[in-house]
Design a protein around this ligand. Structure first.
Ligand code: ADP
Length: 620
């Protein structure tokens, strides 16, 4: 019989190194990981058998058997699941499927230093076998009936695959225990691990012939009969998770659809920790039978961080994954469950605002993603998003409803401004007028934020407006008050001449130059003509074009000048004294305003000009 030898993929080698050298305090998890793989393989087989007939070894009961040998120091886990072909053995147990980002291994090593049980989260649970095994053998025969094979390795650099006759469908993992792990051949030890980690596996687990798990579909039981611990254990089981959930929604409905749903919000967000996109975490069941694991259809993509189950007996049992995608009933379920979840979160936010803010910090990005990508739930999402504002404490964002509640009755719009930080926004020109008139303004500090607000468009009938728009339509009284105060040292003619001169001087850069009614202290600011996107959005789009190698093309904007500002009034005089130098100053004022708007300027040109100006000052 031919045996072939294969090197592990480089990433796998590194991973095995980490696993083999990890601290052994949490070694127990290897049993959970192997059982979980077996349960997955059984689910896959059950799913196939719903639609197909005459499958190989079709009569064999779906179960997991665990056998121990205290003399030979082995633990053997056998399932009658889908099995693996030769090619699958080589690929699945030789490479890491989702090693995605470059930081993956570094992050994994770091995480495992603290908590080895994280291994399942990384989609590499099988390799945990080497925490306890000096040698691991995997005998497997695929459900396609092709010949069986044995995979074998000591976890050090390579593995072999040999043909093996006489196997049944499924997979047998034989772990030859290291000396310091001999306890895993003891029945009491293994039994306690199964009870702790695998109580919810929906196939019988037999330990030396004796069934040890009680199969139960927790979500179909009455809420009042389920303890906190049971919920938490279930979450850990279904989510392959190690943390405690922060929120839990368990609900059922009979009409218009029969739904039984149990969803959890985890504590950690693996995506923002740099692990790449997470897979959806909610499984779809029909009458307790899994029909779509980690379903992409039952919830919108932006709720992929949720873990749990949705069970609906209205679904046809033998529906294929393909058909789920455009099934009208699934779409309806998705709508109902999503709305229910968002309503639940809003209630929680009212009830425990601080807890919600913690959630928001970790998972808010998903709601923002939803608000920009999914029109269907915008109303609900608008209530849940949070931003800091001129009236919020730093680090304590508020909701649009809070803004609305304390808004001046004659204020028609909700204002926001983007900036890299609270401090940067507060020292910039855009909020001067808001501060002076005691109008609250939201601070949007993430690049995506302006897209979110732009997509939402309005909240409870009040338009959402970026404060860098030219026409703000301020509450009555504000502009009058301002213009009455507007005592400038320039008379009307001087003002007009200055504006004309600036328009000419900055001709190729600005759309228009306007005497500002809003500026209080700053000499100038950039605003966007009507109908134009906010500067922050333009910046994001420019950056993405730049990444694609397309030169960003800035649209022309308006320059508002502050006629009360001494630099501006001095500029009017300077034109007559030394027009060239006045031109340099004007260019510099424009660049400064662009920078305050977060927009790109030609910085080399700016530095050269800046030196010319400084030089002139130094000369006296
Ligand atoms: P994960 O299970 O998270 O994908 P693992 O490293 O545990 O990662 O397993 C890798 C792959 O090997 C699985 O995705 C599956 O395709 C295959 N596999 C592992 N164990 C079994 C088994 N008992 N039966 C069939 N396939 C298995």
């Amino acid at each position: 019989m031919t045996t072939t030898t294969h090197e592990f993929q480089a990433e796998t080698k590194k991973l095995l190194d980490i696993v083999i050298n990890s601290l052994y305090t949490e070694r127990d998890v290897f049993i959970r990981e192997l059982i979980s793989n077996s349960a997955d393989a059984l689910e896959k087989f059950r799913h196939e058998s719903l639609t197909k007939e005459d499958l190989f070894d079709g009569h064999v009961p779906l179960e997991i058997n665990i056998d121990l040998d205290e003399e030979k120091h082995t633990i053997t886990i056998t399932d009658t699941g889908i099995g693996m072909t030769r090619e699958e053995l080589e690929a699945n147990l030789g490479t890491i499927a989702h090693s995605g980002s470059n930081t993956y291994l570094a992050e994994l090593a770091e995480a495992m230093k603290n908590d080895v049980s994280l291994i399942g989260q990384f989609g590499v649970g099988f390799y945990a076998a080497f925490m306890a095994g000096a040698k691991v053998r995997v005998q497997s025969r695929s459900w396609d009936g092709s010949e069986g094979h044995e995979w074998e390795s000591d976890g050090s650099g390579s593995f072999t695959i040999t043909e093996k006759e006489g196997l049944h469908r499924g997979t047998k993992v034989i772990v030859e225990l290291k000396e310091e792990a001999h306890e895993y051949a003891q029945k009491w030890k293994v039994e306690s691990i199964i009870k702790q980690y695998s109580a919810f596996v929906s196939f019988p687990i037999k330990l030396e012939g004796e069934e040890v798990n009680t199969v139960q579909a927790l979500w179909t039981r009455n809420k009042s009969e389920i303890s906190e611990d049971e919920y938490t254990e279930f979450y850990k089981f279904i989510g392959n998770a190690f943390d405690e959930p922060t929120y839990r929604l368990h609900f059922s409905a009979d009409a218009p659809l029969a739904i039984n749903a149990l969803v959890f919000v985890p504590k950690e967000n693996f995506e923002i920790m740099g692990f790449g996109r997470v897979d959806p975490g909610v499984n779809l069941y029909c009458q307790r039978i899994l029909i779509d694991q980690q379903s992409e259809n039952i919830l919108p993509e932006w709720l992929r961080f949720l873990k749990g189950v949705v069970d609906s007996e209205d679904l046809p049992l033998n529906i294929s994954r393909q058909a789920l995608q455009d099934n009208a009933l699934v779409a309806k379920l998705r709508r109902v469950i999503t709305k229910r979840f968002l309503k639940f979160m809003d209630e929680q936010a009212q009830k425990e605002p601080d807890k919600y803010l913690e959630f928001w910090k970790t998972f808010g990005i998903y709601f923002k993603e939803g608000a920009t990508s999914d029109y269907e739930f915008q109303k609900e999402l608008a209530k849940l998003i949070r931003f800091e504002s001129s009236k919020s404490e730093a680090g304590k964002p508020i909701g649009l409803a809070d803004y609305l509640a304390r808004m001046n009755p004659d204020q028609e719009k909700i204002y926001y401004i983007n900036g890299p930080s609270r401090q940067a926004i507060e020292s910039g020109p855009y909020i001067e007028m808001f501060r002076k008139n005691d109008i609250e303004i939201l601070y949007t500090m993430e690049p995506i934020d302006d897209f979110v607000l732009n997509h939402l468009g309005e909240f409870e009938g009040k338009k959402l407006v970026s404060a860098d728009q030219a026409d703000l339509d301020l509450p009555k009284g504000v502009e009058e008050k301002d213009s009455a105060e507007a005592e400038t040292s320039l008379d009307e003619k001087q003002e007009k001449d200055l504006v004309e001169w600036l328009k000419k001087t900055l001709e190729d850069k600005v759309a228009d130059v306007i005497v500002s009614k809003r500026l209080v202290d700053s000499p100038a600011m950039i605003v966007n003509p009507d109908g134009h996107m906010s500067s922050s959005m333009e910046r994001v789009i420019a950056m993405s074009r730049q990444e694609k190698g397309v030169l960003p093309e800035a649209s022309k904007k308006n320059l508002e000048i502050n006629a009360k500002n001494s630099l501006i009034s001095r500029l009017a005089e300077m034109i007559k004294e030394d027009e060239d130098f006045a031109g340099e100053i004007a260019q510099q004022i424009y660049d400064n305003a662009m920078i305050q708007a977060g927009l790109l300027v030609n910085h080399l040109e700016m530095v050269e000009r800046n030196y010319r100006i400084l030089n002139r000052i130094a000369q006296g």
